[in-house]
Ligand binder design. Structure first.
Ligand code: ADP
Ligand code: MG
Length: 331
């Protein structure tokens, strides 16, 4: 790697977890509407409320959108994936667990590539993906609408999400923003997500660590829910400076989940990080394994638009455009 990317002698290492809300009309395991902005609790049915005796039923449209993402990113689409219960208590999670995928996700591997300006050169960067898995969103706790009380809105409970997880391949805040913009472009281009960041349809968590070149990975802190590209860059820049100062002062970084406060421009620890063991994952007995046959993948592929990277390559090869211009034309 080039020394120009070092910050005060430290290499920055970032991995991303992005929650893309899928553009289905109904929820991932129920018939309730996913439309944004409705009166609280008017779009939460018995399944979303976790009433006893209700059972989840998989939304086929959510699976198709996962297949589309896998095809767009060159991933392996698992012929058989498994839903798991991720157990935790939260007032806006009435079941006491979130249905997610753990050991066997539906989308495995793949990559996101984009161009960046480095000095006078345009360089191509590639970020490898670990996985993308289907899961349901939780409800919302409203702390500001009532004095001395919190409200619970379960309209968002059961909204379909794809969580897209990268390898720790990102090396600067600029690269992080370029990655997030490219992923945003892809999910909106293929139409699996409306990409509305203000409404929370596309939320990024940045896992950030620093290390001296050649050293093993440092301890990371995870900045939660970055919902604008501007805040993303500010938050990571602040976090990197903070971590380097801590290390230079002889302190150790504690693994933690942090929040970015746009008013102060600072990140602040929210809780110490839980391990996957804390969630007591186990396969959800209410849902059979998700089986995706090759002919289903073919049918989905046949309906997809030409992808930005395919179009970019075509513009370069057929029209002799520079890579950067071709990328701009396919934004
Ligand atoms: P968890 O299950 O706790 O979320 P994962 O191992 O799945 O942890 O990693 C979550 C994200 O953190 C991934 O995007 C991964 O690339 C990234 N990551 C892991 N270790 C580091 C590190 N030392 N520095 C920066 N990012 C990291
Ligand atoms: Mg995580």
């Amino acid at each position: 790697m080039s020394t120009s990317l070092l910050v005060h002698g430290y290499e920055v290492v970032i991995g991303f977890e992005t929650h893309a809300q899928l553009s289905t009309q109904s929820k991932i395991f129920s018939r309730a509407s996913t439309a944004f902005g409705a009166e609280p609790n008017t779009q939460a049915c018995a399944v979303d409320l976790a009433l006893p005796g209700t059972l989840p039923v998989m939304n086929k449209g959510a699976v198709e959108r996962a297949i589309e993402l896998g095809l767009a990113l060159g991933s392996h689409i698992a012929e058989r994936s498994v839903f798991a219960r991720k157990n935790y208590f939260y007032p806006d999670l009435p079941k006491g667990y979130q249905i997610s995928q753990f050991e066997i996700p539906v989308v495995q591997g793949g990559e996101v590539s984009f161009f960046m300006e480095e000095g006078k050169e345009t360089v191509r960067k590639t970020v490898r993906l670990v996985r993308a898995h289907l899961e349901e969103d939780a409800g919302k706790s409203l702390h500001e609408d009532f004095i001395g009380q919190s409200g619970i809105d379960l309209n968002r409970a059961g909204t379909p999400l794809l969580e897209i997880v990268t390898e720790p391949d990102i090396r600067s805040s600029e690269e992080a923003v370029a990655y997030a913009k490219e992923l945003h472009k892809i999910v909106t281009w293929i139409g699996i997500c409306d990409g509305n960041m203000q409404e929370g349809s596309f939320r990024c968590d940045a896992n950030v660590s620093v290390r001296k070149p050649g050293q093993p990975l440092g301890t990371r802190r995870e900045i939660k829910n970055l919902n604008s590209f501007k805040f993303m860059q500010q938050a990571i820049d602040f976090e990197v400076r903070w971590q380097i100062e801590e290390l230079e002062d002889g302190r150790k970084i504690q693994q933690a989940t942090v929040l970015f406060d746009p008013d102060t421009g600072e990140t602040r620890a929210m809780r110490t990080k839980e391990d996957s063991a804390d969630y007591r994952y186990f396969p959800d007995p209410d849902l059979p394994p998700l089986v995706i046959a090759a002919d289903w993948i073919e049918r989905v592929q046949a309906e997809m638009p030409e992808l930005p990277r395919v179009m970019t390559t075509r513009f370069v090869l057929e029209y002799g455009l520079p890579g950067y211009d071709a990328t701009m034309l396919t934004q």
